[in-house]
Write a protein of this length. Structure first.
Length: 240
């Protein structure tokens, strides 16, 4: 299955939302046919091709960007460009169907990533043996999902691990904000599709090992290793 075999997503709500999603899908199709980094066109030309208003087109661009298909650039030589699509974005778009709040999900992932280093630092100081045991339970769930080729279960076990790390923090504010962001991401994950194919097994195995090393560093109280690993994690993964 290629990335274009994404599950059709119904957009709840207004007619504007439906038109924005339709225009976003047209941008996605153009991006899929182009080389990464290719100039797809100016905003004016692409908006005219989509046949939508300026406001609807801007929302469509946000949707296509949040799904990892395009990049918008302003200034001379600007316009809409085909994005470099990381393996985790391809995985998410192939296997997880998001609802019409995809832009909110993208913002939630960015905020979650910004809080990760704070929560990892707290986990280094405050994790008990029981906390580490829970984290290793989620790692075992990730491994089982990896071995079974159930990549949606893998992502959900990954989320559970991050929730367990967050729950160690003594900061009620940081912990509650982070968990709320995870809940938003999960709430807008509507379904599963494309399970007839097995994508990116080597990548998923590498992600599992990165999380194993992260928990090892937390248990050992190795701050430099933990910070390096969470930076590597957030530089290579985008949530879905």
């Amino acid at each position: 299955m290629t990335d274009s075999a994404e599950v059709p997503v119904a957009v709840p709500g207004t007619h504007l939302g439906s038109r924005a999603d339709g225009a976003a899908r047209k941008l996605q199709q153009l991006a899929e046919r182009a080389e990464p980094g290719a100039h797809l066109g100016t905003k004016v030309r692409l908006r005219e091709e989509c046949g939508v208003s300026v406001g609807t087109f801007n929302e469509a661009v946000k949707l296509a960007q949040s799904r990892g298909y395009v990049v918008s650039r302003s200034g001379p030589g600007g316009g809409i460009f085909a994005a470099e699509r990381s393996p985790i974005v391809r995985l998410g778009n192939s296997f997880l169907a998001l609802d019409g709040s995809a832009t909110s999900v993208a913002d939630a992932v960015r905020m979650r990533d910004a809080l990760d280093p704070l929560l990892v630092d707290d986990a280094l100081w405050y994790s008990s043996a029981a906390d580490i045991g829970k984290m290793r339970g989620s790692l075992a769930d990730m491994a089982a999902a990896r071995d079974g080729g159930d990549y949606v279960a893998f992502v959900r076990a990954n989320w559970a691990l991050h929730r367990q790390i967050a729950e160690v923090s003594p900061s009620v504010l940081v912990r509650s904000v982070y968990v709320s962001l995870l809940e938003l991401i999960e709430a807008h994950t509507r379904g599963v599709g494309g399970t007839e194919a097995v994508p990116l097994p080597d990548y998923v195995a590498a992600r599992h090992q990165l999380h194993v090393r992260l928990v090892d560093a937390i248990e050992a109280g190795d701050q430099s290793a933990a910070r390096r690993l969470i930076a590597e994690h957030n530089n290579t993964e985008t949530a879905r």
